[in-house]
Design a protein around this ligand. Structure first.
Ligand SMILES: *Cc1c(COP(=O)(O)O)cnc(C)c1O
Length: 455
């Protein structure tokens, strides 16, 4: 037992040391992927190895290839850094080694999910009766939401897609903005609807869908099973679709409204940004990430559905037993995973650590820091291409080649990290402020580095 304690402490001590080092260490990964691969490779061991030696070897092999994405100056990919309590809770989930399939395999895991689900719905303003699947990411949440949508719009015309599949089914049209996230397309592929099912809707100046275009596409038909994919938080600009009007339009045409709100749905958690997602409660399903702006560990996200029975009918493999049983389905009956890690502990812990006010402050702070970036970089003579409504900033440094050179230089420098993106046919640096520990000083230091490297 002493050995086990030593082993776990070794891992926990290292993780804590690493986290403490984040504000000061260079943000980028060194590019020597071959050396890392060499450090991990070697002949398959024929004989057992003491656990402590294994962990010591792992620390040595991995350390040079870690990216400080949990740190305060990492602005790529809408990445957050896991909150302390959530990180510790996740360590416990692994230490307890719980199987979060259902309340028989882990009563505690399911109870934590239930409590966290209620808090999440209250924070986001999602109807209290909605079901919540604790899934692995926005991709999985979009897939679950669109699976529920597929079930319902086909059931409405008398087609049982879970039994009969899509061969011979009435066609389903999917209406989605032309700046939707790529995971919507992958979900449509996985669900057999195919990307050709998409009727694209034009987006307006800041990347939110144009309501007039949505109206036209809905009207143009054909009538029949219709799914409308909306977005809260354009991955480039942060823009949110006008959800109230868009959901009403979708429903007027008998459609199902799904909202991809991987990060942008958190606008709902602050009184200052709530208006950006006004009307979100009218949707039928929502996808939202925990591991982005909520600063929870990977891999954590939520698939919400206004109709729990529909959700379970689409995702459960015990649907006959669950549907109509009266209770809201839980656990693996709401996700594509069967055996699952108990990610509810970390969600519960992170929400408890933040509280309602702490979460609102986190959202507000990130938005304010994004505006600080925009103001600072504008003052330095660079172009901010989007209206900074949330936590995303798109910066141009001249022509595409020059912008790409600046992005490369910033990544190599290591003071901060931001990715490149293409928006409306042009290259930009994309800055996402999503980390709970980022300060004004971090932003100022990053602006100084970017300015120094861009001249
Ligand atoms: C990140 C993101 C996704 C995908 O989420 P994962 O957690 O990476 O699976 C989907 N939609 C939007 C808008 C996103 O920003």
């Amino acid at each position: 037992m002493e050995e086990l304690t030593r082993l776990f402490r070794l891992a926990a001590d290292h993780a804590a040391d690493y986290r403490r080092s984040l504000p000061d260490r260079p943000v980028g990964a060194p590019p020597d992927q071959a050396a890392l691969t060499r450090a991990f490779s070697g002949p398959l061991p024929a004989t057992p190895c003491p656990a402590e030696q294994v962990v010591t070897d792992l620390l040595a092999a991995a350390e040079p290839g870690l990216v400080a994405s949990a740190g305060p100056r990492y602005f790529g990919f809408v990445v957050g850094g896991a909150l302390p309590s959530a990180t510790a809770a996740d360590m416990l989930a692994v230490g307890w080694d719980q199987l979060a399939f259902n309340a028989v395999t882990s009563p505690a895991a399911i109870a934590a999910e239930a409590a966290a689900a209620a808090w999440l719905k209250e924070l986001l303003g999602i109807p209290t009766a909605a079901s919540v699947g604790f899934v692995t990411g926005g991709q999985a949440a979009n897939t679950a939401g669109l699976a529920a949508a597929r079930h319902q719009v086909l059931a409405d015309v008398g087609w049982d897609v879970e039994r009969r599949g899509l061969l011979g089914a009435p066609p389903v049209r999917v209406i989605a903005g032309d700046e939707r996230h790529g995971t919507i397309d992958r979900a449509l592929r996985l669900l057999g609807l195919g990307v050709d099912a998409v009727q694209p809707v034009r987006t307006g100046p800041n990347g939110a869908i144009d309501l007039g275009s949505l109206r036209d596409v809905l009207k143009a038909g054909p009538a029949g099973p219709t799914i409308v994919c909306l977005q809260a938080g354009n991955v480039n600009t942060g823009a949110c679709d006008e959800l109230r009007e868009a959901c009403e339009l979708a429903h007027r045409h008998g459609g199902w409204a799904h909202v991809d709100g991987a990060f942008g749905l958190w606008a709902a958690a602050s009184p200052a940004t709530r208006h950006l997602v006004d009307g979100l409660e009218l949707a039928d399903s929502w996808a939202c990430d925990g591991h982005k702006w909520l600063n929870l560990p990977y891999d954590t996200a939520f698939a919400f559905c206004a109709r729990p029975d529909t959700h379970a009918a689409a995702m459960s493999y015990a649907a006959a037993y669950l549907v109509g049983s009266g209770g809201v389905p839980t656990g693996a009956n709401l996700t594509a995973e069967s055996s699952r890690r108990a990610r509810g502990f970390a969600v519960w812990a992170g929400l408890r650590e933040l509280g309602r006010d702490g979460l609102a402050a986190l959202v507000d702070r990130c938005c304010a820091l994004a505006r600080r970036f925009a103001e600072g970089l504008t003052a330095a003579g660079f172009e901010v291409a989007n209206e900074v409504v949330l936590n995303q900033v798109l910066v141009g440094f001249g022509d595409d080649a020059r912008t790409d050179r600046v992005v490369d230089a910033v990544q190599a420098d290591g003071t901060c990290w931001a990715g490149g993106t293409t928006w409306r046919g042009r290259r930009f640096m994309r800055i996402s402020v999503s980390n709970a520990t980022t300060t004004e000083a971090d932003v100022d230091r990053s602006i100084a580095a970017i300015t120094r490297l861009a001249v």
